[in-house]
Design a protein around this ligand. Structure first.
Ligand SMILES: Nc1ncnc2c1ncn2[C@@H]1O[C@H](COP(=O)(O)OP(=O)(O)O)[C@@H](O)[C@H]1O
Ligand SMILES: [Mg+2]
Length: 245
C-alpha cells in the first residue's frame, strides 16, 4: 500500500475510535464553545451511555459545568424521531440524522428551560450548540450528585421526596409538558432535593403518546417508592397530577 493509502487508513481508524463521541464535527463545536468562552476546558467524564456522554467542564471563572454530548450516529436517531414527530413545536424539522440530533439537543435545552420556569428543580440550561448541551452542573468538586436510585432514604425522607416529585409532575403537566422518562435514574438528589434531568424526550400534551408517557412516569415512580414504606397508588397520583388544585 502506498503512503497516502496508509495515511488514509490511519485517519479512518482514528475517526472510528473517536467516533464514540469525539468525531470531527463535535470537536469543532467544542472548540467553538471554548473560543466563545462558554467553557474553558472539559474536565472529566461523568457518564457515558448509548445515547449520550456527559462531562464535567470548567468555566473560565473556574466554576463547574455539565456538558452533554450526543454522538452523531444513526443508532439513536430512530428513537429520537418518535418523540419529535407529533410535537407541534417540531413540525418543520428536516429528517436528516444530524438535524434530528441537533434538534434533540435543542429540545432538551428548551424543555429544561420550560420545566424550570414551571418551578421544577432541574439544571439551568446555559448553551446549546449543534449536538452539545451545556448546563448547570449538579454536584461539587468531589463529584456529581448521586442518582435517586443510589441514595439511601429513610421512610420519612422517601415520603417527602415522593411528594416533591409528584409536585414536579403536576407543575410540568400544568405547563403542558410530560417528562416521559422519569425514574430513579433521571432524578438526582442534591442538597436534600430531587433534581430532574434528561429532558430530551419530554413532549407537549398534544403529542399522541403524552398520556401513555405520563402513565409510565407515574408507574416508574410508584414502583420505586413502593420499596419504602410509603403508601401510594398510581391512580391517585394521576389525579393529583392532572387536578387543578
Ligand atoms: N447537569 C448534570 N450535573 C451532574 N450530573 C449530570 C448532569 N446531567 C447528567 N448528569 C449525569 O450523567 C448521567 C447521564 O445523563 P442523562 O441526562 O440521564 O443522559 P442519558 O440520556 O444518557 O441517560 C446522569 O445519570 C447523571 O449521573
Ligand atoms: Mg438518563
Amino acid at each position: 500500500m502506498d503512503r497516502a493509502g496508509k495515511e488514509e487508513r490511519r485517519e479512518k481508524e482514528i475517526e472510528k475510535t473517536e467516533s464514540g463521541v469525539f468525531d470531527k464535527h463535535t470537536m469543532l463545536t467544542i472548540s467553538k464553545l471554548m473560543s466563545d468562552g462558554v467553557i474553558d476546558h472539559i474536565d472529566f467524564p461523568i457518564a457515558s451511555g448509548k445515547e449520550s456522554f456527559v462531562f464535567c467542564a470548567k468555566s473560565r471563572d473556574g466554576g463547574n459545568l455539565a456538558v452533554k454530548i450526543y454522538p452523531i450516529n444513526t443508532s439513536i436517531f430512530k428513537n429520537m424521531m418518535r418523540y419529535i414527530e407529533g410535537d407541534p413545536r417540531y413540525e418543520h424539522v428536516k429528517k436528516d440524522v444530524k438535524d434530528i440530533i441537533f434538534t434533540w439537543a435543542r429540545k432538551e435545552f428548551v424543555n429544561l428551560r420550560e420545566i424550570r420556569k414551571a418551578g421544577v428543580r432541574a439544571p439551568e440550561p446555559i448553551e446549546v450548540r449543534n449536538n452539545i448541551l451545556v448546563m448547570e452542573y449538579i454536584g461539587d468538586d468531589d463529584g456529581p450528585a448521586p442518582m435517586l436510585k443510589d441514595v439511601h432514604l429513610d421512610a420519612e425522607t422517601a415520603e417527602t421526596y415522593l411528594n416533591t416529585i409528584v409536585g414536579y409532575m403536576k407543575a410540568m403537566y400544568k405547563a403542558k409538558l410530560v417528562h416521559g422518562d422519569l425514574s430513579e435514574y433521571n432524578i438526582l438528589v442534591w442538597e436534600d432535593e430531587p433534581v430532574v434531568i434528561d429532558t430530551g424526550q419530554a413532549v407537549m400534551l398534544e403529542h399522541h403518546a403524552a398520556q401513555e408517557m405520563l402513565k409510565r412516569d407515574i408507574r416508574n415512580i410508584v414502583r420505586f417508592f413502593n420499596r419504602y414504606d410509603v403508601e401510594i397508588k398510581a391512580e391517585s397520583i394521576e389525579q393529583t397530577v392532572k387536578g387543578n388544585d
